[in-house]
Design a protein around this ligand. Sequence first.
Ligand SMILES: *Cc1c(COP(=O)(O)O)cnc(C)c1O
Length: 408
Amino acid sequence: MRNRGYYAEFGGAFVPEILAATFDELEAAFDAAKNDPNFWAEYVEIMSTYSCRATPLTFAENLTRHFGGAKIYIKREDLNHTGAHKANNVMGQGLLVKRMGKTRVIAETGAGQHGVATATMAARYGLECTIYMGEVDVERQRPNVFWMERLGATVVPVKDGSRTLKDAINEAFRDWVSNMDNTHYVLGTACGPHPFPEMVTYFQSIIGQEARKQILEREGKLPKRVYACVGGGSNAMGLFSGFMNDPVELVGVEAGGHGIDSGMHAARLASKDASIGVAQGYKTYFLQNNDGQMQETHSIAAGLDYVGVSPILSHLHTSDRARFEAATDREVIDALALTMRKEGLIPALESSHAFAQAFKEAPTLAPDDLIIVNQSGRGDKDIFTVADAFEDPAWRQFIRHKAEQYHA
Ligand SMILES: *Cc1c(COP(=O)(O)O)cnc(C)c1O
């Protein structure tokens, strides 16, 4: 075990000996890139010509009036190519892959968003691409599997364990062990063994850097609080890192699912249900039972139901630098409905967690207080889930018709 990449007691790199040289190579490439000012410039250039950086900071005038408290600003990561902040991470890692001279990328995916983003990057950079996805997720997320395959990726359904995200991660590591020479593992969030939490945070920090500059330009002062949803923690770390050294309260919002008391949630830091452990190559809070067996998680947002969480966020939690809350499925649907009607924005279900918490707190703040909510992604992808939650009868009729067409 290696000694780098600790955030107090969290983090580390618990990787098989056989991968040690690969991790050294990655760390060296990342360190060299970080210290090369041309690298960040190249990254920003790609992100502003292929994606949509700088993303706007939108003043939510109608929501602000509705709640009558703090001025609400929204950071528009939904406007990235492929519809979410995930583009920041994959395009950045893609540049590193080119520097390392590798020709193949692999990735894990749960809901499929990271898989689509990685397949997109691979197509653009001319890399071979294999995506590992639990068999259960392959069935549940067919539209994303369809796009990954059209983008040229091979999607491998993983049949081990619960056949979901954590099994896909294990399988991706297995692939990496056998193909280290030509392959890079594009991990999707600020989790996993060092240097991934730091590296993913580095690429996502563009969110916070822009947001800080934008709010200062517009308002001449810093926000009181910033809000981001927390799955693995990459969009939260991206926004938070812009304000880490400022007197700004950082609020992470986890999946409250059916409620913290129901046991059906994915709140690792906002509940007392998680405990510290080592799994999947790093040390953090995991939702696990006493034997270290991972628990089932639940969220209406497929991107928030991971059992672990960024070791950097675990550290910000235990050191009281950040506050963690949970929003329930019901609160999330209400926040989404309100945001659509008031602002004409369709946040992803994941992002709607951050909105829900901000809406609880905005009325308790003063009109000259500012808050920023990170809209990590757009909600078009959630049409099946959202239409169900709204119990839209015409939508159900439409699905029934579609199914009948294929029966005929
Ligand atoms: C994947 C995803 C998330 C959760 O991932 P983090 O690493 O916690 O940011 C949040 N929002 C959207 C839109 C996503 O696609």
